[in-house]
Design a protein around this ligand. Structure first.
Ligand code: NAD
Length: 282
């Protein structure tokens, strides 16, 4: 039997339509400020996708596109201005930033109540404490939403993550742990990853290595979440070899059309939430 495709694009479109309906009745549309420094090709595409989806969801965007030589001081001042602007509900800084900038200092300057990417230590700290943060990072949040469509109860599931980054692996591990999963986080220095992934009920690949996960890496009827975005021979592909695993897995997210659109939808859901929080409506 072929695996069920977890259609992230379809779920994301439903979420955007839902936000659009909710925002239509607000006094003014929620607004997301986007800080983009430089002209990294992938970043330009991601920002364009976010702006397009925001328009679909009835959310305004304000793009601050700065030269790649912009100083730390100028960016911090811009963040301060956005923090103080009552018409800006959410602020994101598109990563990665050019090398001369201190990313942590910039992220930490965003007001936790406008940190719709959920990267501020105030928000990650609350998540770690199993308390409700203002915002949870969009990619892990999107993954949890997709997982619930195929595995309504996560309690007791054996989950293996490949990748331990601050924006995917770490917050996702915490969310899964908070849902009573047994979580193994693997990374570039992990020995014999295959032996660990072969026991996973749920496997999440977020390492950025094209088609790394093959069918002998997975358990029969495993649920597979592919976060990777790679380009191979001019074609987009994930970290999981879709064609190789599709007969063995229970369900799988495609690349493109899986985690990517869900990440954008969750960012906009967070922006709508920011509006509600700031207007005392939550
Ligand atoms: P990162 O470079 O910050 O982290 C990569 C992680 O994978 C690290 O923990 C590293 O140790 C691990 N890793 C690298 N090579 C490995 C290997 N051979 N075996 C085991 N572990 C390995 O990357 P990131 O920002 O977390 O992104 C990872 C991938 O996910 C990239 O392809 C990125 O484009 C994609 N991504 C997609 C979305 C989305 O919305 N679809 C969002 C974020 C990231």
């Amino acid at each position: 039997m072929t695996a069920e495709i977890i259609d992230g694009k379809k779920i994301a479109n439903e979420i955007l339509a839902d936000i659009k309906e909710q925002t239509a009745s607000l006094q003014n549309a929620p607004k997301l400020a986007i800080v983009l420094v430089g002209n990294d090709d992938a970043s330009l595409i991601y920002v364009r996708n976010k702006q397009k989806a925001a328009a679909q969801a009835g959310i305004l965007t304000e793009l601050h596109h700065l030269e790649d030589t912009t100083s730390q001081k100028t960016i911090l001042e811009l963040i301060d201005k956005c923090n103080q602007d009552d018409l800006v509900n959410g602020i994101i800084v598109q990563l990665p930033l050019p090398k001369h900038l201190n990313t942590n200092e910039i992220i930490n300057r965003i007001s936790p109540q406008k940190d719709v990417d959920g990267f501020h230590p105030y928000n990650t700290g609350l998540l770690q404490n199993n308390e409700e943060p203002y915002f949870i990072a969009a990619t892990p949040l999107g993954i949890m939403t997709m997982l619930k469509t195929v595995t309504p109860s996560l309690s007791g599931k054996n989950v293996v993550l490949i990748g331990a980054s601050l924006i995917v692996g770490r917050p996702l591990a915490t969310l899964l742990l908070n849902q009573e999963c047994t979580v193994t986080v693997t990374h570039i220095h992990t020995q014999n990853i295959k032996e660990l992934t072969a026991n996973a009920d749920i496997l999440v690949a977020a390492c950025g290595v094209a088609n790394m996960v093959k069918k002998d890496w997975i358990k029969d009827k495993a649920v597979l979440i592919d976060v990777g975005i790679n380009r191979e021979n001019g074609k987009l592909c994930g970290d999981i070899d879709f064609e190789d695993v599709k007969e063995k897995a229970l369900a799988i997210t495609p690349v493109p059309g899986g985690v990517g659109p869900m990440t954008v939808a969750m960012l906009l859901q967070n922006t709508y939430r920011a509006y509600l929080l700031q207007h005392g409506m939550l």
